[in-house]
Ligand binder design. Structure first.
Ligand code: FES
Length: 62
């Protein structure tokens, strides 16, 4: 995965920033939104952010 790829272009949130939020304890889309703001502007990226959260949560074994 390219961790520098921007997933939320409204706020320039990258894959890596979503991963960091999960590693910092976020386990749901809502918690990642609170930590990063991803998906809180136009909402187009929500599906992508949700998939990333699920993937990183699975990888973290939480
Ligand atoms: S691209 Fe993420 S809120 Fe607009």
């Amino acid at each position: 995965m390219d961790f520098d790829k921007v997933v939320c272009s409204c706020l320039n949130i990258t894959n890596g920033m979503i991963k960091d939020a999960v590693e910092a304890g976020a386990t749901t889309l809502e918690e990642v939104q609170e930590k990063t703001g991803a998906g809180t502007v136009c909402g187009v990226c929500l599906d992508d952010v949700q998939h990333l959260v699920e993937q990183f949560v699975a990888e973290c074994g939480k």
